[in-house]
Write a protein that binds this ligand. Structure first.
Ligand code: ADP
Ligand code: MG
Length: 873
């Protein structure tokens, strides 16, 4: 089977194991598409299969768990059909959750155990190797006024670790932890294989395999004091123990009566026969579990048990609960972790220089590693979490800060825009620039003239007019003989930009004022070209030649620009539109096509400051917070499915006034699994029964690029009034005459997506409408839809989206090592700012990290960035 399909198989498997929570890929399954699609295409995976998978993935986030399972199975069947010759390879199992299977000695996880903690976390067996969430904590957020005692306790913990007498001096350099797990006693190739499914390949992986939560069994209680619901440890003696078959012999029950002098307690274990073999009457045991009630008596079901002699890892303490996989059980892993941690943690050298660590009020790394696994107290655990979270964010910030320093130290070609010349260019535009546009233009002018490469993010809400700013930057650079390129995420958008830029840069202004002679256009038509995947090979060759000899001054395209071996004669300006659709490395790849070119990236996805500092920390930021004048907020309404006719009559009356309409459907084809109304089917229905006298066009992702563009162009020219489409028009599409956006199955879309779709209308001066029709009446109370009706402000929506769904939706999984944060919360602005301060100070004093006290840090940094800015596979 082709590697790209194998990769899918792995993701499907993981997703199934996780219970279809759309977390197998950080940020959601659809995040893998941006890299998967080119790879699959490269391997010759049939185009229709790719399109099918893309469409299912885009939809995935909005499906219920059950539908997700069906969707993945459906996809897998389809892949198998198309790979018939390769069918001998093993089919993926995505039918059921897998319970953790025992290794010898068999020690299944207690079946009833999740009720102890089920409100805190998903069942253990569904945990996965790819973790995006910050590690959960058993520490509840402290009440506001407890803050000072809390701080005092924290200070005391730091103080204590500071003064601790070390028996073992750390000597182990970061690189030594790259040794494979097989160096550990008792871990051979077979067990290593099991561990590798958890992503545990090296000693470092083990040390950094953090518990996903903790059970607090540090309270020891006599039996007569037990209360129903307590989570406690009990030390007792076994009085009786017996095993019997239950449920017609399909299950076993081990029952014991234990006592501690204060009282007696009944304990039972389901399907853990081996317990009975280990415990005998008179043995002294330590039990940890939750006190239950059965027929009025206190009982314990499926508690953890250790003997009094052995080291207590599962009882009588704050017990770590690790993510697991098949063939790896909790208590076995706990023992392994204990061995690794107690030997290696104290020996691990701390890469943070002592002085900095103290200033940052952090505990030493060896203590943090010990305490995160086997905490001696809640305070110690919290201090460990803070230390490890700091490390992650600090390494991340060091990377971006270093990057920024590096760019600032380079020289770039200088472009000065003469004020009269620039004024003339601006005056050619059919409108006046807004204040925000003027501001952005000033920033860019300044950057281009600085002699250092521009590195700027232009962030402006949908419709704020970013394209014209890009056009002006292009004008400055190309009018001085250099080349520029602009990359957009879809071919539709690339085509649109190409047309817009042709208009702005190669046309005479419509009418020059009497007396003034307009300057000649900046470029001629053949100096501006479009390069997308479907551009015919002959034309591509011609474009390559023109770019190589400098005859072409501007190329607009999709990621084809980076995949194609195009080389430029003198590329000086790189523009990436809708940059959140690309990964950091794609941005970097495009930049590498020139020698220190100026870089300008644009996004309509507003993000909170904490995120901006992290993912765009190496960029300068310009916010465009003003809409062109005369825009009216788009009137947004939720309609019940049965009120559809009202939507249609609004559409009819808008069309009578010469306006156009988009109607969006979430899926391409009616599928058995989904009630989603499909664009293809619906276009037929709308055309024949609802709008028989109006032409209804159709656009979806499975059409060939040329066809898509032809439909889009015709719609742009106003040749037909209604366009039925899937989300292919989601980003960037600019058709100012469209005034109605009707979204069917609106409950299936995320907020960011709804906002982008709505942004397709309201781009002119007239009133526009966005109509949201959920699939069912119940969904009308859908929170996202209600938020949509309450504001048109993308920043407000972004904050809401972050609250509701976490940061994944804003970012690709590959954005700046984001995927690998295990401990830190990306929303923790205090931590991020603190880490950034320290990173900045570090690179100011020692930009190349050559000082002896920064050597360990330098290698940690290298390790972190090598490992973490990687693929999901
Ligand atoms: P976005 O920021 O979403 O990329 P566009 O650049 O596509 O927005 O611009 C949206 C629409 O607004 C376009 O039709 C564009 O011609 C128009 N526009 C841009 N700037 C102005 C302005 N200053 N005054 C009026 N209309 C403008
Ligand atoms: Mg745009």
């Amino acid at each position: 089977m082709k590697p790209s399909l194998q990769k899918l198989q792995r993701v499907f498997k993981l997703e199934a194991d996780r219970g279809y929570d759309n977390r197998a890929v950080v940020g959601g399954i659809d995040r893998m598409l941006e890299h998967w699609t080119p790879e699959a295409r490269h391997e010759g995976v049939p185009e229709d299969l790719i399109a099918y998978i893309e469409s299912r993935f885009r939809d995935y986030n909005r499906l219920s768990e059950k539908s997700r399972a069906e969707a993945l199975q459906g996809m897998w069947r389809r892949i198998q059909r198309s790979e018939e010759s390769d069918l001998s390879s093993q089919p993926v199992e995505i039918e059921d959750h897998k319970e953790a299977l025992p290794v010898s000695p068999p020690e299944p996880e207690p079946a009833g155990a999740p009720e102890i903690t089920s409100d805190e976390a998903p069942p253990e067996a569904t945990d996965s190797t790819i973790q995006a969430e910050a590690a959960p904590s058993i520490i509840a957020a402290p009440p506001e006024k407890a803050q000072t005692t809390e701080q005092a306790a924290h200070a005391a913990v730091i103080e204590r670790f500071e003064r601790k007498q070390r028996e073992i001096q750390p000597t182990v350099e970061p690189a030594a932890l790259n040794a494979p797990v097989t160096v550990l006693q008792g871990i051979g190739p077979r067990i290593a294989q099991n561990l590798s499914r958890l992503g545990l390949h090296t000693l470092r992986d083990m040390l950094y395999h953090f518990p996903r939560r903790y059970d607090d069994y540090s309270r020891l209680a006599p039996i007569n004091r037990l209360q129903y619901g307590d989570k406690v440890t009990v030390i007792a003696t076994v009085q009786q123990i017996k095993t019997r078959l239950i449920r017609n012999g399909t299950a076993t029950l081990v029952e014991a009566l234990v006592s501690d002098g204060s009282g007696a307690l009944r304990v039972s274990w389901f399907n853990q026969v081996w317990r009975a073999k280990r415990l005998y009457e008179g043995s002294q045991i330590v039990l940890a579990g939750k006190v239950d009630q059965y027929l009025g008596r206190k009982v314990m079901t499926n508690p953890d048990v250790e003997t009094l002699e052995e080291e207590q890892l599962s009882t009588n303490r704050i017990v770590p609960v690790y993510p697991l996989t098949e063939q790896v059980t909790q208590s076995w892993l706990r023992k392994q972790m204990n061995q690794v941690v107690s030997y290696w943690a104290p020996r691990t050298l701390d890469p943070l220089p002592e002085k900095m660590r103290r200033e940052a009020e952090l505990i030493p790394l060896p203590d943090a590693l010990l305490q995160i696994h086997f905490p001696e107290s809640h305070e110690a655990l919290q201090a460990a979490q803070e230390r490890l979270a700091f490390d992650e964010i600090f390494l991340l910030q060091s990377g971006v800060v270093r990057q920024k320093h590096a760019w600032q130290n380079r020289t770039a070609k200088t472009f000065t825009a003469e004020p009269e010349w620039l004024d003339e260019q601006v005056s050619r535009l059919p409108y006046q620039l807004t204040g925000a546009q003027q501001h952005a233009l000033d920033d860019i002018k300044h950057d281009l003239a600085s002699g250092k490469p521009m590195n700027r993010l232009i962030q402006g809400d949908v419709g704020s007019g970013k394209t014209v700013i890009a056009a002006l930057a292009i004008a400055i650079v190309t009018s001085q003989g250099s080349q520029a390129c602009m990359m957009a995420p879809t071919s539709l958008l690339a085509e649109q930009h190409y047309q817009t830029l042709l208009n702005l840069l190669t046309k005479e202004p419509p009418s020059a004022d009497a007396g003034e002679t307009p300057g000649a256009p900046i470029l001629t038509e053949n100096q501006v070209r479009l390069l997308i995947g479907s551009t015919p090979e002959a034309e591509k060759q011609e474009i390559r030649a023109g770019l190589a000899d400098g005859a072409i001054k501007l190329v607009v395209g999709t990621h084809a620009l980076i995949e194609d071996p195009v080389g430029f004669a003198n590329l000086s300006l790189v523009i990436v539109d809708e940059q959140h659709r690309f990964g950091v490395d794609q941005r970097a790849a495009l930049r590498l096509k020139g020698v220190n070119p100026h870089l300008m990236v644009m996004t309509a996805t507003p993000i909170p400051r904490s995120l901006a500092l992290t993912i765009y920390g190496d960029l300068d930021l310009t916010v465009m917070d003003e809409m062109p004048p005369g825009r009216q907020p788009v009137g947004t309404f939720i309609l019940m499915p049965r009120e559809r006719e009202r939507a249609y009559s609004l559409i009819r009356s808008q069309i009578e006034q010469g306006r156009q309409t988009f109607i969006i459907y979430p899926l391409i084809e009616e599928s058995e699994n989904s009630e989603a109304r499909a664009a293809v089917e619906e276009q037929k229905r709308l055309q024949s029964t609802i709008f028989p006298h109006l032409q209804v066009g159709l656009l979806h992702g499975r059409m060939r690029s040329e066809d898509k563009e032809a439909v889009m162009e015709a719609f742009r020219r106003g040749e037909f009034p209604i366009l039925v489409s899937t989300t292919v028009i989601e980003v960037g599409v600019d058709i100012p005459n469209a005034s109605v956006m009707l979204i069917e199955g609106a409950n299936r879309f995320g907020l960011a997506q709804l906002h982008q779709l709505r942004g397709r209308v309201g781009r002119g001066a007239d009133k526009s409408y966005c109509l949201l029709i959920p699939e069912s009446q119940d969904e009308a109370e859908n929170e996202r839809l209600l938020v949509m009706t309450s504001t048109n402000d993308g920043f407000v929506l972004a904050e809401r989206d972050l609250e509701q769904r976490g940061p994944g939706d804003f970012l690709g999984s590959r954005q700046s090592g984001f995927a690998e944060l295990k401990m830190a919360k990306i929303s923790d602005i205090h931590l991020i700012e603190k880490a950034r301060r320290f990173a900045q100070a570090l690179f100011e004093t020692d930009p190349a990290l050559t000082l002896p006290e920064h050597q360990l840090l330098a290698s940690s940094l290298q390790q972190f960035w090598e490992e973490n800015v990687g693929d999901i596979s």
